[in-house]
Design a protein around this ligand. Structure first.
Ligand SMILES: *[C@@H]1O[C@H](CO)[C@@H](O)[C@H](O)[C@H]1NC(C)=O
Ligand SMILES: *[C@@H]1O[C@H](CO)[C@@H](O)[C@H](O)[C@H]1NC(C)=O
Ligand SMILES: *[C@@H]1O[C@H](CO)[C@@H](O)[C@H](O)[C@H]1NC(C)=O
Ligand SMILES: *[C@@H]1O[C@H](CO)[C@@H](O)[C@H](O)[C@H]1NC(C)=O
Ligand SMILES: *[C@@H]1O[C@H](CO)[C@@H](O)[C@H](O)[C@H]1NC(C)=O
Ligand SMILES: *[C@@H]1O[C@H](CO)[C@@H](O)[C@H](O)[C@H]1NC(C)=O
Ligand SMILES: CC(=O)N[C@H]1CO[C@H](CO)[C@@H](O)[C@@H]1O
Length: 457
């Protein structure tokens, strides 16, 4: 393609600007990775609250509540495991709604045998459908907690614990130490338990408020850097004004494991198909399709239409894992025009306001029973949506890659974007790009183009 010098200079300027932006973004990422700070969810945390509700002859009964206060990070299957180290020689007499994974050495006890004698117990939630006499309010979700933004009622989990040999007053009980949130995988680190004002708890009939005798909080935060050195998802881009499709960066999710992926025609897949019907209770290991990016998920952003007052983006999320369905998935996007979302088709949309004044971040998730399940790799392994946004005439532009997203997260994991200098750029005749809303032919061509983008990249 030919263009004059002025245009060349302008373009290289655009590149330079974009490079500065990328550099700043990378610095920010490194800084934020170091201290587990997520700029799109600055107060996101998992809080574990212990409330001592009564004293017993040698200890106490406590209600432990786990709140997933993260706006968009779900605690996924296999669910939470909470570990700690007792400060003294405490034992767990009883548990309701959860259980310790190991009983440990209880040989000192003769008459009544404790539930667990481990000095550093680990506790897991019970599975749905646990026997009624083992249940507790808000228990038995298999440790799976939805994100606070998606469904606060599904983001809370609780169990009851009866502790012995602990002291029987708020002067003699010592707070457990060294809390850990395991289970959903690595990535969470927890601070020390802190005494907080005793919690006031509404009773079941909500007509009386009970008050704990002693309460403490533990706050855990997530760091993607601790979880994994590689991203697990990447972004590809396209637009109506260019036939260039910007693919995910090569090895976006690391190529170290490229010997464990399979091609579409692999025999392993057919075997899998046979095995699947027999064993469905085990969490299978991931099995990725071989791609140049080796990501579990690819997010595609296509600038579809540019109208007088509005513009339209099409989004697709594609699953490359043959053994994993993403239930209750979510997608977080940062883009300056998300303050003027007019309509979102076939996804739910919720603006997130990490810094109250800036409305540039939002969460997309599936419609219940329609597309809230992102199916395993295959013909049904993708979900799609369109967003209509009202233009702010002062800021809207198709230049400088402005119309592409700044940050993308899938299920709370930041996705790798292509380098800005590879974005589909405007051709010279950019002023003719305003198209009429009724170009049916164009949209038919687009539909098959988009289909190819979803299937092939
Ligand atoms: C944890 O999240 C809650 C809810 O967003 C917030 O009120 C609290 O300040 C957070 N705690 C920390 C230590 O960030
Ligand atoms: C312990 O409990 C007593 C009342 O039972 C209360 O006055 C005191 O403030 C409590 N101390 C702490 C540290 O919670
Ligand atoms: C302790 O956690 C609860 C949520 O469970 C929260 O409401 C409360 O503000 C926390 N207290 C402190 C001091 O962080
Ligand atoms: C796998 O990755 C290594 C480098 O990590 C590379 O040398 C090799 O060519 C890759 N193989 C495939 C099939 O992509
Ligand atoms: C994914 O969900 C579909 C429909 O519920 C089911 O048929 C399939 O076996 C599931 N796949 C995996 C890997 O769990
Ligand atoms: C943020 O933007 C959305 C539209 O995308 C709008 O509905 C919402 O009211 C805005 N919120 C604030 C606080 O500006
Ligand atoms: C063109 C337009 O409607 N712009 C609005 C976008 O949203 C901001 C704040 O949400 C409004 O102040 C603008 O007027």
């Amino acid at each position: 393609m030919e263009f004059d010098n002025g245009d060349k200079r302008r373009r290289s300027c655009e590149f330079r600007e974009l490079k500065v932006v990328t550099l700043a973004a990378i610095c920010f990422m490194i800084l934020s990775q170091a201290d587990a700070f997520d700029p799109l969810d600055p107060t996101g945390n998992v809080t574990i609250r212990w409330d001592i509700m009564s004293w017993t002859t040698d200890g106490y009964m406590a209600t432990v509540t786990v709140f997933n206060f993260q706006q968009y990070r779900t605690i996924m299957n296999p669910g939470w495991t909470i570990g700690w180290t007792w400060a003294k020689k405490e034992i767990i007499w009883t548990m309701m709604g959860a259980q310790a994974t190991e009983q440990g050495d209880c040989s000192k006890f003769k008459l009544k045998i404790p539930h667990s004698c481990k000095r550093n117990p680990q506790v897991v939630d019970l599975m749905p459908g646990a026997p009624f006499n083992m249940q507790f309010n808000n228990c038995c979700k298999g440790g799976v907690l939805t994100s606070w933004g998606q469904d606060p009622s599904g983001a809370v989990s609780a169990f009851q614990i009866g502790v012995g040999l602990s002291g029987t007053s708020n002067k003699t009980v010592k707070l457990p130490k060294n809390f850990k949130l395991l289970g959903p995988g690595p990535g969470y680190s927890c601070g020390p338990a802190k005494l907080v004002p005793a919690t006031v708890i509404p009773t079941d009939d909500r007509r009386r408020k009970a008050q704990a005798l002693m309460s403490w909080n533990v706050t855990c935060t997530y760091s993607q850097f601790l979880a994994s050195k590689n991203p697990s998802c990447c972004v590809s881009l396209s637009s109506f004004y260019s036939d260039k499709v910007t693919a995910c960066p090569t090895c976006a999710c690391g190529c170290q494991n490229n010997d464990t992926c399979v091609t579409k025609d692999s025999k392993l897949l057919q075997e899998d198909e046979r095995v699947k019907t027999k064993k469905s209770d085990m969490t299978p290991k991931p099995l990725l399709q071989c791609t140049h990016h080796l990501c579990h998920v690819r997010v595609h952003w296509h600038i579809k239409d540019n109208y007088q007052d509005y513009w339209r983006v099409k989004i697709a999320i594609i699953n490359f894992d043959y053994r994993l369905n993403y239930t209750l998935w979510n997608l977080v996007i940062q883009h300056p025009n998300l303050n003027n979302v007019t309509q979102v088709y076939s996804f739910e949309y919720m603006p997130l306001l990490p810094y109250e004044a800036i409305n540039d971040t939002g969460m997309f998730y599936g419609l219940k029973y329609y597309n809230d399940l992102l199916m395993e790799n295959g013909p049904k392994g993708n979900v799609q949506s369109e967003i209509l946004m009202k233009k702010d005439k002062n800021t809207f532009t198709l230049k400088h890659g402005w119309a592409f997203p700044r940050r993308v997260y899938f299920n709370g994991e930041e996705c790798m974007l292509p380098p800005p200098d590879s974005y589909p750029f405007l051709p010279n005749s950019s002023h003719r790009l305003l198209i009429s809303a009724s170009s049916i032919v164009a949209s038919t061509i687009f539909a098959s183009f988009f289909h190819l983008v979803v299937i092939l990249l």
